[in-house]
Ligand binder design. Sequence first.
Ligand SMILES: [Zn+2]
Length: 216
Amino acid sequence: MTTYGLDALAFPEHGLLPVATQDAESGELLMLAWADREAVEATLASGEAHYRSRSRDELWHKGATSGNVQRIEEIRFDCDADALLYRVRPAGPACHTGARSCFYRTLGADPDAPVAADAWGTLQRVVDRRLAELPDDSYVTALHRRGTGYVAQKVVEEAGETVVAALTHDDEGLPEEAADLIFHLTVLLRERGIGLDAVARTLLARHQERGDDGSD
Ligand SMILES: [Zn+2]
């Protein structure tokens, strides 16, 4: 791919180009923001994503205060030269809410539809925060202190209880047991450094490969 200079960009009169920011590794769309010439120059010069904050009307170095900077892997621009793509390696969540991506909500006619994806994100964030801060009154802290072997044992236990609830037609208990299972599994995965995102990516990759429901 040919590399171009800043003059290749078609800045409009108001000076702002939309920027889509993507995780260079996973391809996930992290956020959508705006950049003027100054922001693009600062991004190129520093190797970290800069934007133009429209609300504060100032140059915005992403992560300057939160630490969640975005190392630039590559900047692309589109066919009309009026939209930018920052391909980044993020040091943390892109969203001010703590979500990895700002696009963590699903718009749909069915209000129940987005719940699953939201719950995964929330669960992961809470577990990660507890493991980072290890508050004394937290169950995650207690699990962590007892070690990976204990967490693994809890996963097996909860899996057993989930299966029993399913086989005994305990329709009220089943979501409870399944929630316990997924919670403990999330902690176990994190003890091994793996996030639910990695699991989700694996499922989606299977789905894309085979075009089926992602199961084996
Ligand atoms: Zn956001």
